[in-house]
Design a protein around this ligand. Structure first.
Ligand code: F6R
Length: 593
């Protein structure tokens, strides 16, 4: 939600071009407006506009600005229209202080206010003035400030919004995430809430609000530039769909111990006694991660026989969770920064619950605030529509199910069987991806649909929800996911010859029931696409199109059945001319309520 970058390097490189290149990598965090503020040596010059980073690049080509340090911003509008006037950076009255920030304040919604506050605050140094100004601010932010009077210095403050420092050789960076700076350095420092960092070309230090020096670890970024390059693909979403054989493999790597039927999850930090004491699991998440949580519920209840509830984090956080000392709370989040999920997790902890995080982004706030957890190791997900995170989340939940199952009496053979099925998934994912040409043809047929219905049962009901979400968020076609058997209690009224109905019908214990639900749609003239399993009988007389995925353990089938739906949404959106990686009104990580 908004992207922030800053650079200081004592003239080693031109700040302006580093900032704009970095902004392009952060654009997935928001793309309503973009701007830079550069210290030219004579003072601060800003360039900003309502529009995207390429528009800012064009503006800078017409009206260049260069200097040794600066800050930049790409905005996802919360308060204030996405206009040039509201674009960041914001400056004070004399244009001697410039500020970018990645969040909102609760008391004052305009970042410009902060520039004026710093201008009016007492202090000998920029950091002293920023600290004084922040005493008057309530809310969450990750911000970077420069001053015309202190060339080369950037002051950074974090409270609730992700910010990290990049440590180079006599050059230093600040960014919302590592993707913006990975081509210059792999050494990063994740700031904690309350931290104030001061960067100059000579070095950096971190202070608390009383100006006491704080020590923070320097971490290595484990992925490389290639992970965030588009390569031969047209969009990041397409790339990430096609990465899924590798990303599922990444989630499994080093975690399957076949002989003992064990999932090795070193980061969980749960003792066998803790495990025995758990009498309930609550999963909190948003959007696609919430859908993965619904799949996880069935997996964990089946394997570990522990009751699981799955909550929208945004609802849970305001429900004042009941005391929960024997409840395990699992926060699922690709970004690890989603504000609602983070607050839900904090509310659960306050009620006495142990908290685990299932998170992709290493070092993210949810990962750092959890008592333990499972990293997805799926690599950076750039496409705004989540794809590879979803399949890896299900795999991580299955690993957790095996782990908990082992502690709670799941027999060795059953565990080994599931581990073998998990190990086969990467190969099976590749086979599903080979369906792409077929799915593209279907996209051509359904490109003009105005509505669509996605139906599934059991562990594939959440896949129906996910398929519908993918379609609506990137193609703007209205779509609903529904439990297939619930359809007759209402939505069946929508079905006519215009309505595409996508059925999830893999081979499992509800397969024949789903066939009956298909009959109900068929009888009313609906156009049916069925995602079914190789080896299931031919559905030719019943459906218009069949997409066959390989067989796997029924509990794991969502990892395969979701892929044709991702591809279908992707191709329909491309055919409709939609901006797949930057769908309107959306941002990748939602760090506001
Ligand atoms: C949908 C999508 C969102 C996210 C949701 C949670 O494609 O990407 O629904 O799943 O905003 O984000 P994370 O997982 O980062 O907490």
């Amino acid at each position: 939600m908004c992207g922030v970058i800053g650079y200081t390097g004592g003239g080693r490189r031109d700040a302006s071009s580093i900032l704009v290149r970095g902004l392009a990598r952060l654009e997935y965090r928001g793309y309503d407006s973009a701007g830079v503020a550069v210290h030219t040596g004579d003072g601060i010059v800003t360039r900003k506009l309502a529009g995207r980073v390429p528009d800012l690049q064009a503006l800078l080509a017409r009206s260049p600005v260069s200097g040794a340090s600066g800050i930049a911003h790409t905005r996802w509008a919360t308060h204030g229209a996405p206009t040039t006037r509201n674009a960041h950076p914001h400056v004070d009255c004399d244009e001697r202080i410039a500020v970018v920030h990645g969040h909102k304040f609760r008391t004052e919604t305009d970042t410009e206010t902060l520039a004026h506050l710093i201008e009016d605050s007492p202090g000998e140094t920029l950091e002293a003035r920023v600290i004084a100004a922040l005493e008057l601010v309530v809310g969450t932010y990750g911000l970077a400030v420069i001053s015309a009077d202190e060339p080369g210095k950037i002051v950074v403050a974090r409270q609730g919004s992700p910010v990290l420092l990049g440590i180079g050789d006599e050059e230093f960076f600040v960014a919302s995430d590592a993707s913006a700076i990975i081509e210059y350095t792999r050494s990063v420092v994740h700031l904690d809430d309350g931290d104030i960092a001061v960067l100059t070309p000579q070095g950096y230090h971190i202070l608390d609000r009383e100006s006491h020096v704080q020590l923070r670890a320097v971490d290595d970024v484990t992925w490389d530039l290639e992970a965030i390059a588009l390569g031969p693909y047209a969009h990041f979403m397409q790339k990430e769909i096609f990465e899924q054989a590798d990303t599922v493999r990444g989630t499994l790597r080093g975690r399957l111990v076949f002989d003992e039927g064990v999932a090795r999850l070193n980061g969980l930090n749960i003792t066998p006694d803790d495990c025995a004491a758990i009498n309930r699991i609550t999963i909190v998440a948003c959007g696609t991660s919430w859908h993965a949580g619904l799949v996880g519920r069935q997996i964990i209840e089946t394997l570990a026989q522990i009751p699981v509830t799955v909550e929208y984090a945004s609802e849970f956080r305001y429900r004042r969770p009941l005391a929960a000392s024997n409840t395990l709370t699992i926060a699922i989040s690709q970004s690890g920064e989603t504000a609602d999920t983070l607050e839900a997790m904090r509310a659960a902890r306050a009620a006495g619950s142990r908290v685990l995080g299932i998170v992709n982004v290493v070092g993210s706030t949810i990962a750092r605030e959890s008592d333990g957890g499972i990293y997805l190791h799926a690599g950076p997900e750039i496409g705004v529509a989540s794809t590879k995170a979803f399949t890896s989340q299900i795999v991580a939940l299955a690993l957790l199910g095996v782990y908990l199952g082992q502690q709670r009496g799941l027999p060795l053979e059953a565990r080994q069987e599931l581990l073998c099925r998990l190990a086969q998934l990467p190969t099976l994912v590749s086979r599903v991806l080979a369906l792409e040409p077929h799915v593209r043809r279907l996209a051509e047929e359904f490109v003009d649909a105005r509505n669509a219905l996605y139906l599934g049962r059991g562990v594939n009901f959440p896949v129906a929800l996910e398929g519908a979400l993918k379609l609506k968020e990137i193609s703007y076609i209205h779509a609903e996911g529904y439990p297939a058997a619930e359809m007759k209690h209402g939505p069946i009224a929508l079905i006519d010859a215009e309505m595409p109905v996508v059925f999830l019908a893999p081979h499992d214990e509800v397969y024949t029931k789903v066939l009956s639900n298909m009959q109900e749609v068929r009888a009313r003239g609906g156009r049916i696409i069925a995602v079914t399993t190789e080896g299931n009988g031919d559905l030719g007389g019943l459906v218009d199109h069949q997409l066959r995925v390989p067989a796997t353990a029924p509990l794991l089938s969502p990892v395969l059945t979701v892929i044709p739906l991702q591809l279908l949404a992707y191709h329909i959106a491309v055919l409709r001319g939609c901006d797949v990686d930057r769908p309107r009104n959306l941002a990748k990580s939602v760090t506001v309520e």
